[in-house]
Design a protein around this ligand. Structure first.
Ligand code: ZN
Length: 277
């Protein structure tokens, strides 16, 4: 099957905020996160999106935790999953701290949240130009591919600006994040709207939070995008049933097969995204 028929599943295992009381299956320690990463890769995920938690379970940008987790994943010799690190894993962290791990662990991909907004009811999701400009330059220097997280349509113009400035390189890879209170609602109409704004040659993925998870997953498949699933975005499998990361990856893989495509292997994802390993 050609690469056009391959769909990248990214497993977003942990996130920065969701407490374990909401779903005890959320992995928090490096050991738990590495184990989930391995199992999700076995179930069909080509990439894992990583956040770290401190000993109280709060989001942290502690680069030693990132390193420990990634080392544990790489210890599994058969596992070649693509590593994608957050750069927004702790709202208390300063700009320097949010990018310190990139040089330290050199992930293949990392999130680049292309704008700021009120993440209700928590506070400002702060991605000011004073952060994005050095972040983009650092990623370029280290050959870490930015995954451009788009929470609202105006973010597409911020990306255009940084492409023009030479901070971001084309073709870009976009991740549409729909359903955060303060960002765009998770509707098929909004997904279509963002999709139509994509510059030619771009790659993209999308997900909807919570119960909008499935409509956005199917609509993304219909529009030819890649898929993100995981407990960072959605703690339920269906109404009343708590999910595990592996359950969500397995369902996404089945949906892709039923659609007539195949989940991409990590090396196929690298080719699709143009990653420099
Ligand atoms: Zn994240």
């Amino acid at each position: 099957m050609s690469l056009e028929n391959k769909v990248i599943i990214t497993a977003a295992l942990t996130g920065a905020m969701t407490p374990k009381d909401l779903n005890p299956n959320i992995p928090l320690t490096p050991e738990e996160i590495a184990e989930d990463a391995y199992q999700c890769w076995k179930a069909g995920a080509a990439a894992v999106h990583l956040h770290m938690r401190d000993d109280k379970g709060l989001g942290t940008m502690d680069k030693e935790k990132f390193k420990k987790t990634i080392d544990l994943i790489k210890e599994r010799k058969d596992c070649d999953v693509v590593i994608n690190c957050t750069t927004s894993g702790d709202s208390r962290a300063g700009y320097e701290e949010r990018m310190a791990h990139l040089e330290y662990v050199k992930p293949e991909l990392a999130s680049f949240d292309a704008g700021s907004f009120n993440w209700m009811p928590f506070g400002i999701f702060d991605n000011a130009p004073q952060f994005l400009d050095p972040l983009g330059r650092k990623m370029k220097e280290l050959s870490v591919k930015p995954e451009l997280e788009i929470f609202d349509s105006g973010f597409m113009n911020i990306v255009k600006y940084y492409v023009k400035q030479g901070v971001l390189e084309t073709p870009c890879h976009y991740q549409f994040v729909l359903g955060v209170l303060g960002g765009m609602e998770a509707s098929v109409k909004n997904l279509q709207f963002l999709y139509e704004m994509l510059p030619e040659g771009s790659t993209w993925s999308a997900f909807g939070l919570g119960k909008q998870h499935m409509p956005i997953l199917y609509a993304t498949l219909a529009l030819g995008g890649h898929i993100r699933v995981g407990l960072e975005d959605n703690v339920y499998y269906n109404k009343g049933t708590l999910a595990t990361n592996v359950m969500l990856v397995k369902r996404a893989a089945r949906a892709i097969h039923e659609f007539g495509k195949e989940p991409a292997a990590p090396d196929e994802a690298r080719q699709i995204l143009g990653l420099k390993r």
